[in-house]
Design a protein around this ligand. Structure first.
Ligand SMILES: Nc1ncnc2c1ncn2[C@@H]1O[C@H](COP(=O)(O)OP(=O)(O)OP(=O)(O)O)[C@@H](O)[C@H]1O
Ligand SMILES: [Mg+2]
Length: 345
C-alpha cells in the first residue's frame, strides 16, 4: 500500500496506536492526545470507567468487577471495538464534533514496519469506526525519521532505531525510502519483564509494575554497561509469605538480567548493517544511529549501543513523540521534497 505526500496533506488527523501509548495529531491543532493505551471497563455492565492515564493508574488496583484492558498489543490493534471506544474518550466531545464536521474525513495512521495485512486492516477499521472515510497508512520508521529531523530525502544514509514498548524497529533510509529494515518483537515491555523475573527468581520478590522505573533509574548512574551504584533498596511482596518486604539488590546482576532482550536488539542492528550496501554503511559510520521511541530513554541504552557498535549514537530530543510529530509534519505539508515516498510496508 503506497501513500503519497499529497494524499497525506489532505488528511485531517493522524493516529499512532502503540502498545504503551496512543497519540493523536489534529491538523492545525497539533498533538492533542498522548496517553497510555489503556481502558478500565466494568465487567458487569460493559461500561467504560476510565481511559488513558487514569486507567493506567488503576492497573493492578481494581476490584474484581473492573478490568483494565489494553486494546493494542505487540503494535497491533487486537480489540477494534475497545480501541474505538478508547480513542473516542481520549479525543473528547469537542474535538470529535470538530472532526465530524468535515464532509469527507481523512485520517492517517502509523503502522509498524512489516505489519501484516490483518494488522493494517485492524488499524483502518478502528479509524473508520471513528468516522474516517479514508485512511492512509504511514510506516512508523519513516514517520519517526521525519519527526526527529533526519534528512531522509537526501541521497545519503540515515539509520533510525524506533525503541517502542512492544517492538524495536531498525532501518537505514536514503532518498525517502527504506533501504533495509528489521523489526524485533523486543521492547521496553521485555526489559521490564526481565527485571521483574530476575527479582522473582533471585530474591523471591514480586515487584509492583510501578516500581520497575525507579529500579531502572538506580541502574542509570553509569548506564547499563558499567558501574553504577553497587546496590539499591527496593520494596516488594514476598512470594512465599505474601508480606511486604524490602531487599537490597545488586544492580550489576539486574544489568546482566536485561542483557537478553538487549542482545536481540544488537542482533537486529547487525542484520540491518549486513543487508545494507557498503556505500551507505560508510555514511553511517560518521552519522551514526538516531534513537527514538519511549524506550530510547532507558538509562544507558545509548551508551551500550555505542560500545557494541563503535558508531555514534544519538537520542532524539523528544524520542517518544517523534513518529506522530513526523506524520503531523506530513499532514501540515512541512515536508517539501516530493520524491519522498512514505510508504507503509
Ligand atoms: N524514561 C524512561 N525510561 C525508560 N523507559 C521508558 C521511559 N519512558 C518511557 N519508557 C518506555 O517506553 C515504552 C513506551 O514507548 P513508546 O511510547 O514509544 O511505545 P509505543 O509507541 O506505545 O509502543 P510500540 O510502538 O512498540 O507499539 C514503554 O515500554 C516505557 O516503559
Ligand atoms: Mg510506537
Amino acid at each position: 500500500m503506497t501513500v503519497s505526500l499529497d494524499q497525506l496533506r489532505r488528511c485531517h488527523f493522524a493516529v499512532d496506536l502503540g502498545a504503551a501509548k496512543t497519540r493523536v495529531y489534529v491538523k492545525g491543532a497539533g498533538l492533542v492526545v498522548d496517553q497510555p493505551s489503556a481502558a478500565a471497563v466494568n465487567t458487569r455492565t460493559g461500561a467504560l470507567i476510565a481511559v488513558g492515564d487514569l486507567a493506567e493508574k488503576m492497573t493492578g488496583r481494581t476490584p474484581a468487577y473492573i478490568r483494565v484492558v489494553r486494546p493494542v498489543s505487540g503494535g497491533t490493534v487486537v480489540d477494534i471495538q475497545m480501541a474505538q471506544r478508547m480513542l473516542r474518550h481520549l479525543l473528547g466531545e469537542k474535538l470529535r464534533r470538530a472532526l465530524r464536521r468535515r464532509p469527507w474525513l481523512r485520517a492517517a495512521a502509523c503502522t509498524p514496519h512489516d505489519a501484516d495485512p490483518l494488522a493494517q486492516r485492524a488499524t483502518i477499521e478502528t479509524l473508520v469506526g471513528l468516522g474516517a472515510k479514508r485512511v492512509e497508512l504511514v510506516d512508523t520508521l519513516v514517520a519517526a525519521a521525519v519527526g526527529c529531523g533526519l534528512p531522509v530525502e537526501q541521497p545519503e544514509a540515515s539509520m533510525i532505531m524506533v525503541c517502542g514498548a512492544a517492538a524495536t524497529q531498525i532501518a537505514v533510509l536514503s532518498l525517502g525510502n527504506i533501504v533495509t529494515a528489521e523489526r524485533m518483537p523486543v521492547g521496553g515491555e521485555a526489559v521490564d519483564r526481565a527485571i521483574v523475573q530476575h527479582l522473582r527468581h533471585e530474591h523471591a520478590l514480586l515487584l509492583p509494575s510501578q516500581s520497575v522505573r525507579p529500579l531502572q533509574i538506580a541502574l542509570s548512574d553509569n548506564g547499563l554497561t558499567s558501574h553504577g551504584p553497587a546496590s539499591t533498596e527496593i520494596q516488594g511482596r514476598d512470594v512465599a509469605t505474601g508480606l511486604a518486604r524490602s531487599v537490597r539488590i545488586d544492580t550489576a546482576a539486574v544489568r546482566v538480567a536485561i542483557q537478553t532482550p538487549l542482545t536481540a536488539v544488537l542482533d537486529g542492528i547487525g542484520k540491518v548493517l549486513r543487508d545494507c550496501p557498503p556505500d551507505l554503511v560508510a555514511d553511517l559510520a560518521d552519522r551514526g544511529i538516531m534513537m527514538v521511541g519511549g524506550s530510547a530513554l532507558l538509562p544507558g541504552l545509548d551508551q551500550m549501543l555505542r560500545q557494541a557498535t563503535g558508531m555514534p549514537v544519538h537520542i532524539a530530543e523528544r524520542p517518544d513523540i517523534c513518529a506522530i510529530q513526523g506524520v503531523g509534519a506530513m499532514l501540515e505539508g512541512r515536508i517539501p521534497q516530493l520524491t519522498f515516498n512514505p510508504l507503509a510496508a
